[in-house]
Ligand binder design. Structure first.
Ligand SMILES: Nc1ncnc2c1ncn2[C@@H]1O[C@H](COP(=O)(O)OP(=O)(O)OP(=O)(O)O)[C@@H](O)[C@H]1O
Length: 277
């Protein structure tokens, strides 16, 4: 579904590339963490995948489409297939919770009837039922991230990219958010998440792709934040451990509830045809 073939990304005036001859394949339905020290290239990988940046060389295919060749006018269609969430939430400050989520559907021309059905259903999914009329500044950081997740998935994209989504949240709230992402993944959405959060990575035991200076230095199924075989004397090389308590949660019950199918698009390649129209 997402394939990097010998991808290099160089920014102007930088002595070395942010990503250097990366080969990586992420299949439909995977949950993959991207880890690595600050500056290792994680955000660049995310930005390339939504065509916020363009590869310098090599090929990046998303849903079978070569993003370097994709005309700019097709990029909005790509971004309909690839939902995104970021550390800083990026909500519209002058719109309510409900309007923030609805707006994502309005801009792509979804009919009012669909919006009326999808918004409450999605707010329920992320545990925000009852907060529809609140403004972003009236929400906690965790609640704001839930709005951002609702906005990212309301159109049921087959892929969700998360760039450090728990970076501004306390440990318990971070776990709530990642449990929500796990439920979204369980319904079939492919998730790629760049993170520094060792507790989350260790708890979920998903695929772990580690970057170092723009190279993939580890790609491990069921991985942990640090390599399994690492000598504990080497741990100083990794960012400081975050002080999460695994059993600690904010007790938010929605995470325990099963959810319906999050993504309507079960054949990416078919949907990708949409990009060609
Ligand atoms: N727009 C840009 N212009 C020039 N250099 C950039 C730009 N964006 C990133 N870089 C450089 O590319 C390298 C990789 O940056 P990137 O943001 O992808 O790393 P990261 O792993 O996401 O870091 P962090 O964990 O701190 O967010 C860094 O050396 C960074 O300084």
């Amino acid at each position: 579904m997402i394939r990097f073939e010998n991808v290099t990304k160089s920014y102007p005036n930088q002595s070395r590339p942010a990503l250097d001859a990366i080969d990586l394949n992420i299949d439909r339905g995977e949950f993959a963490f991207i880890v690595g020290a600050s500056g290792s290239g994680k955000s660049t990988l995310v930005r390339l995948t939504i065509r916020e940046e363009i590869v310098s060389s090599g090929r990046l295919l998303v849903g079978g489409h070569d993003l370097r060749k994709m005309p700019q006018r097709k990029v909005p269609q790509l971004r309909r297939q690839v939902g995104t969430i970021f550390q800083d939430f990026r909500l519209l400050p002058n719109k309510t919770v409900q309007q923030n989520v609805a707006y994502a559907l309005q801009v792509i021309g979804r009919p009012r009837r669909a919006i009326r059905a999808l918004v409450p259903e999605t707010l329920e999914l992320v545990g925000l039922a009852g907060m529809e009329k609140r403004m972003p500044h009236e929400l906690s950081g965790g609640e704001q991230q839930r709005v951002a997740i609702a906005r990212a998935v309301v159109n049921k994209p087959p892929v969700l990219l998360a760039d450090e989504p728990t970076g501004n949240l306390d440990p318990a709230t971070s776990l709530d958010i990642v449990h929500l992402l796990r439920r979204i993944h369980d319904s079939g959405t492919t998730i790629v998440m760049a993170t520094h959060d060792n507790v989350i990575v260790d708890e979920l035991k998903k695929r772990v792709i580690e970057l170092e200076h723009g190279h993939i230095v580890r790609d491990e199924e069921g991985g942990s934040y640090v390599p399994k075989a690492v000598d504990t004397r080497d741990l100083d090389e990794y960012p400081a451990e975050q002080d999460h308590d695994l059993d600690e949660g904010s007790g938010a019950p929605p995470e325990d509830r099963p959810i319906g199918e999050v993504h309507a698009l079960d054949e990416w390649d078919d949907d990708a045809e949409d990009l060609l129209r």
